[in-house]
Design a binder for this molecule. Structure first.
Ligand code: PMV
Length: 334
C-alpha cells in the first residue's frame, strides 16, 4: 500500500473538499527520550520499535494554511519564499498531494520557534501542525490519535507532536499501520526542565531519514536495537510515574548514545557530533561527578538537549551560557 492508497482508505467517506478557506494550527516540537530509529515500512513510516518523547511547550511550529486557485503551492517560511528545490518545499508538497482536490493548490506559511533541520525536531512540529490545519480546513473531525497517524506519513516523529507533555508512539504490528499511533502519558512533572544547547543551526548534511535507513541496512549492531528499546521503555515509564530524574536522565542518555553507536557502525559511518558536542558531553559528565543531576540526549544533529530539574536551573545556566531552558509543563496548554 502506498501513502495515497492508505490516506484514501483512512479518510474513507470523509469530505475531500475544502470547507473552511484558511486554518492555523500550532504544534510543539518533541525530543525523544527513547528514540525512533529504524522503519519496518519505509513508505508508511512504520517504526521497528515504539518510542517516547517530551514535547517542548512553546518551541514548535505554527502553520497557516489557505486554499488557493493556483497552478502550484506557495510555501513560505517565516513569511519568506523558500526555493522550490529545497527538501522543505518538496516534503510539504508531497504531503499535501495526499489530500489535495484536483487542480487545487495551497498557500502555507510556517513560523518556527526552533531552528529548521538542525536535529531539533522542527519537521515533527511542522507536520503535526499541518495535519491539524488540514483537519480544520476539510472539517474531518479527526481525533488527535487519528491525526498522529496522518502526521506520521509526513515525518515519523511528527506522530508524537500532537500533544504537550510525555507521549508514547506505539510501533504497532499491522501492515496498514492503523495500530501505529501516538498517545499522551498522563503525568505532569512541573519541575522537569529541558535545556536546548543550540550551537549549530546550519542544515544537517545527512537528513535523519537517510541516516536511519543506512544504519538499519548496514550496522552489524542494528539487530540489538529492539532489545535496547525493550529494556529502556519500561524504565522510562517507571521514571515518569515516580518522577525519578536520575532514572529518566540516565536511561535517555544511554538510549541516545546507543543510537549514535549504531550510526558510528554504519557503512560508511555517520557522525553528527562536532568537537563542541563532545566537549559538552564531557562537561555534563563532569558536573554529574560534582553532584549536579544533569543528563543529555542528542538526535540526528550536533546539538545536545539537557535534562535536569528546576532547582538546578541557575547552576546549569551558569555552566552553559546561552542555554535555552524549556519548562514542558509550565505553559498555557491549549
Ligand atoms: O521523524 P524523523 O524521520 O525526522 O526521525 C526522527 C529521528 C530522531 O529524531 C533521531 C529520533 C526521534 O525519535 O525523534
Amino acid at each position: 500500500m502506498n501513502k495515497k492508497q492508505f490516506v484514501d482508505f483512512f479518510l474513507n467517506d470523509k469530505k475531500r473538499q475544502v470547507q473552511i478557506e484558511n486554518a492555523v494550527a500550532y504544534a510543539p516540537s518533541n525530543i525523544a527520550l527513547c528514540k525512533y530509529w529504524g522503519k519496518r515500512n519505509h513508505e508508511l513510516n512504520l517504526p521497528v520499535t515504539s518510542s517516547l518523547s517530551i514535547s517542548l511547550a512553546d518551541r514548535g511550529a505554527t502553520t497557516f494554511l489557505k486554499a488557493i486557485d493556483a497552478e502550484k503551492d506557495e510555501i513560505l517560511l517565516e513569511g519568506q519564499p523558500v526555493p522550490e528545490t529545497s527538501s522543505f518545499v518538496r516534503r510539504i508538497t508531497q504531503f499535501l498531494d495526499l489530500f489535495r482536490e484536483p487542480r487545487k493548490a495551497f498557500f502555507i506559511n510556517t513560523s518556527s520557534t526552533i531552528p529548521i533541520a538542525a536535529g531539533l525536531a522542527s519537521s515533527a512540529a511542522g507536520f503535526a501542525a499541518l495535519s491539524q490545519a488540514l483537519n480544520v480546513m476539510f472539517d474531518w473531525n479527526l481525533s488527535e490519535k487519528e491525526l498522529s497517524i496522518l502526521a506520521r506519513l509526513g515525518s515519523g516523529s511528527a506522530s508524537r507532536s500532537l500533544w504537550h507533555g510525555f507521549v508514547e508512539w506505539h510501533c504497532g504490528e499491522r501492515e496498514d499501520g492503523l495500530d501505529s499511533y501516538a498517545e499522551p502519558i498522563h503525568q505532569e512533572w512541573r519541575e522537569l526542565r529541558i535545556g536546548l544547547l543550540i550551537k549549530h543551526v546550519e542544515e544537517k548534511k545527512i537528513p535523519s531519514r537517510e541516516a536511519m535507513k543506512l544504519t538499519q541496512e548496514t550496522s552489524p549492531f542494528y539487530a540489538v536495537w529492539p532489545a535496547k528499546v525493550d529494556q529502556d521503555m519500561p524504565q522510562l515509564k517507571q521514571a515518569i510515574q515516580e518522577k525519578n530524574l536520575i532514572q529518566l536522565g540516565s536511561v535517555a542518555e544511554s538510549n541516545a548514545m546507543a543510537m549514535h553507536a549504531l550510526m558510528l557502525t554504519a557503512k560508511p559511518s555517520i557522525l553528527y557530533w562536532q568537537a563542541s558536542t563532545v566537549e559538552l558531553m564531557q562537561k555534563v559528565w563532569r558536573l554529574r561527578q560534582e553532584g549536579i543531576e544533569v543528563y543529555f540526549t542528542e538526535d540526528a544533529g550536533p546539538n545536545l538537549k539537557l535534562i535536569f530539574s528546576a532547582k538546578d536551573a541557575p547552576v546549569i545556566q551558569f555552566h552553559f551560557p546561552g542555554i535555552q531552558i524549556v519548562s514542558p509543563f509550565l505553559h498555557e496548554i491549549d
